[in-house]
Design a protein. Structure first.
Length: 413
């Protein structure tokens, strides 16, 4: 065997994968830098293949992957094509995910996204006609349609509660649910952070409220992991579904579902494959989905490690700083009607607003044309809000430019 053949085979077999070395180099460059250091965030920005003339403010829909994550996907796909073992260790992956979520790794399931995780729960519960599910008018379709299906199929009553826009205190939200619970309420299904305006829901309090009444708690946690601290032990929900392809910057098609210990043998599987009925496997039996693209698992592992290399605390603080800068800049404009909570204790990551005299869809088009800015319009429920969501690849200069462009918009209505 010549040297080139040996090196190629060794690399494919896992001895010389590039993405861990890339992360090691990034860790070496950034580990001692202060969270306020411009050098730190420029090093982080260089890890993303986003064009320099692009201002991406839509991580709330899809997070762009840094190069180590892209490399992990490609290298894994290449290994499979060359008939070598895929090289994703399940125990390593679950341990890395559990570290971010601060949970028992034995409770983790890896569906494709929050939507699939929420459907696993809604389809796996034994709900009957007349049972009631409480949710809100700020749920994404990924966390809502599973309950609409349960209503249409099983006669379950689905109630969507109005929330203050925005609330001034979390007590307002808790009081709404406290007043609405009835003896027929079986499930409370809420977002941890609402997709519509970034409201941080008082999840721990609502989970306790549900448990006191014998109600199942299901949390759509699509946004928090990667954006803010998540402590599953402290929250203690029955179920928590999330999409690492958002703020954790993992590949599309990666999801995580956490199942509380007492539900791991009680929930019915939606997809039945080998050992679906082996209760000794606990939550792991929900991971038996047949053949699937494991390259996304390799990418998820790389994203979780990228998150740890940069540092969760530094990431969370950077997001808070950019959100605060964006919020304060927009509020200087008297034509802005803010739909997101202004207090940092109530709002996370995403800033939603209306600009008087300008339709949100028109504003989206204008920002894209003016400076290649990617945004999101919250058209659901007829809200028609502009939503901006910055992340660690964004700079203060980009935030300032976006605020200035919005301030310069002339009324058209």
């Amino acid at each position: 065997m010549d040297r080139r053949t040996f090196v190629n085979r060794a690399g494919v077999a896992g001895i010389g994968l590039a993405w861990p070395r890339t992360l090691d180099a990034l860790a070496h460059r950034t580990q001692d830098l202060d969270p306020g250091s411009a050098e730190l965030w420029e090093s982080v920005r260089e890890a993303f293949p986003i064009p320099r003339d692009r201002i991406y403010l839509n991580v709330g829909t899809l997070g762009p992957q840094p190069r180590p994550v892209v490399d992990a996907i490609i290298e894994h796909t290449r290994r499979v094509a060359m008939t070598y073992p895929p090289g994703v260790d399940w125990n390593t992956l679950t341990a890395a995910a559990a570290q971010v979520l601060k949970c028992d790794p034995a409770g983790l399931v890896f569906p494709r996204n929050t939507t699939e995780g929420m459907n696993f729960v809604a389809n796996g519960l034994e709900l009957r006609p007349g049972d009631e599910v409480l949710t809100t008018l700020h749920e994404h379709i990924g966390g809502l349609c599973c309950w609409q299906l349960a209503s249409a199929r099983h006669g379950v009553t689905l109630r969507q509660l109005e929330l203050p826009i925005p609330p001034s205190h979390e007590d307002e939200v808790v009081d709404i649910f406290t007043r609405t619970i009835t003896p027929r309420t079986r499930v409370i299904s809420i977002s941890h952070v609402t997709f519509s305006n970034g409201l941080i829901m008082p999840v721990a309090r609502l989970v306790r409220l549900a448990r006191e009444h014998g109600i199942i708690s299901v949390i759509d946690g699509a946004h928090p992991p990667g954006m803010m601290d998540v402590d599953m032990v402290a929250l203690d929900p029955d179920f928590y579904a999330t999409s690492p392809h958002k703020w954790l910057l993992a590949p599309q098609g990666t999801g995580i579902l956490y199942i509380r210990a007492d539900w791991r043998t009680r929930l019915w599987p939606t997809l039945a494959s080998g050992d679906w009925d082996d209760l000794s496997l606990g939550a792991m039996r929900f991971n038996h989905l047949g053949s699937f693209d494991e390259s996304r698992m390799a990418g998820l592992l790389a994203a979780l490690r990228f998150h740890q290399v940069i540092g969760p605390d530094r990431i969370h603080e950077r997001i808070r700083t950019l959100r605060r800068m964006l919020m304060d800049g927009l509020l200087e404009n008297p034509r802005i009607r803010m739909m997101s909570p202004q207090a940092d204790s109530l709002g996370a990551g995403m800033v939603s607003f209306k600009l008087d005299g300008v339709d949100a869809l028109d504003l989206q088009v204008r920002l894209a044309r003016a400076a290649n800015i990617r945004t999101r319009v919250i058209g659901e429920y007829g809200y028609q809000w502009m939503r901006l969501s910055p992340h660690i690849y964004n700079s203060p200069a980009e935030i300032e430019r976006v605020v200035a462009l919005i301030a310069a918009e002339k009324p058209t209505q």
